[in-house]
Ligand binder design. Sequence first.
Ligand code: GCU
Length: 581
Amino acid sequence: MKKILTSLFLLFVLVNIAKTNPSSFTIHVIGDSTVSTYNQSVYPQTGWGQVIASFFHSDRAQINNVAIGGRSSKTFFTDGRLNSLKSQVKAGDYLFIQFGHNDRYFGTNARQVPLDSFSYFLEIYLDSAKSWNAIPVLISPMVMNAWKNDQMRNVFTEEGSDYRGVMENLAKKRDVAFLDLNTKSYEDLKSWGFSYISSFIYHSYEPEDYPNWPQGSNDGTHFQENGSVSNSRWIAEEIASLSSATHLSNEAKSSLLPLINALKPLHPVEVKTNKNISGILSKTALFPAGAPLTLRVKAAEGDNFEYWADENCKEVSRSKIYYGIKAPDKATTYTAIFKGGSTCVEATPPPSSSSESITSSSSVVQNPIEILSWVDMANPDSGSGSTDTNHEGFTGDGFWNIDNFWGSQAFYQLESKNASTNAVLAIRYANGTPDARNMKLSLDGWTYLLSFPPTLSWDTWDTLFVEGVWIDAVTMPLVLESESEQGGPNIDAIGFSVFGLTRPSLSTSVVKNSKNKTPMNPVMSIFVFDAQGVCVLQQKNSSLEEDRLLSVLASGTYFIKGVQNGQVLLEQKLRVKSARD
Ligand code: GCU
């Protein structure tokens, strides 16, 4: 076991967990036609219950979508559908419940549920879940494509029809998770605007857009695949924020942890054009690996679309609606190429986390990622291990030497001035053994499995990058946990590609302002490492002249080390905002 885990990479770690994971569960999804699963024959019509599986690690969460069109909270129950679910639910499973569309009361159909009876029916679901030892999750209905005087309406919060509010109050009363899909969808869809959402989100198409809909479709209630992926994303974002939900008891929160931890990381898919066009283009958005992707361009006359290019500027489709593809396990870019536009520019390749020895490079290289906030990790708020200084090359107060056993932990409380942003996380570490060491990092309710390759010695530091880290909170617990019997590597510092990440327990920032001069300035060999741990500059018999460094280095964060007769005289971080870029 030990050997396998230390010698295989992340993928195999994940597979290994898949086989042994005791915390695997099923999410049973109950709802109406905005949630249900559709046949290929009506593609791209899709309910979110059909596509949400790609937002969860499949070894931890399976989806059982039993949502069905035309049902309200009342008729799903009176049909006997809740009852027949009973035999499929096991203790620890989740019950996702979204109703509202068919409940809206006009007094015209028996399925409709007057507002003051809505909680009565919802409670039946909560009581059933409880009696099955399952965890209920209430999801407010997403908005419809309804507008009045150029303002988007939210039909589920209007006076006399506040089904969202009733659901939220019930969730508070019953100490149950509430995912506010209604507000999330309203905020985004309103800002995206009527024309965008009518063509790219709702189940509404022009003739010939899709072979299954030769006459087109005009439907402001249901969703096309891209819209259901958006609904799933809003749901996933709401799940991720449950650990900081103020209305939930600690007991309720801990019952939700397996769900939160089962979420997959999201990566940006950037969509751009090579030319300013008047028209609409798919929005850049975050996707988990494997989520279905639709790229679409609707240009005005005169703008001649030629093809879609991938991040390497390779042509991938000549169709204005490009679908049938899946989001990759990393950030990527697609460009809509128009006649007469500029030449496609390849996306910057992702940084490699390989280590490079101090003597192997002496030229200046471009630093692809700017790490803007560094946090010293030498002293966790709690944890098992020690703060050490017995190896060279650390920054700040030392490094954290985590105890050498499986499950040893270090806990740090972070604060972020940035909400709802995607960042690259950089972890400066040393692993002086010949084998990779694996750790689980939990941040803001998301979990990342990391494999730290050897750095050759305990005095050599490297940086591991984690892309697509989602930051969506003011205070964020960060927990590092060893997934190897040998514990984790030594951890020096953690950085983020966004500003404003700090540890409130540290009184001063460890990042030195590049304008300050070092007081002591002897002649020595100076080595400058970029945020990946690659030596980008080496000067023999030199004194530290920051101004000179500023003129040759690209913007970024660097580690500077000064050595004289084998003795390290200087170590500091330098943040460069260069006029060169
Ligand atoms: C050595 C090394 C420590 C390190 C430890 C480990 O003892 O000096 O800094 O933490 O190995 O294996 O984790």
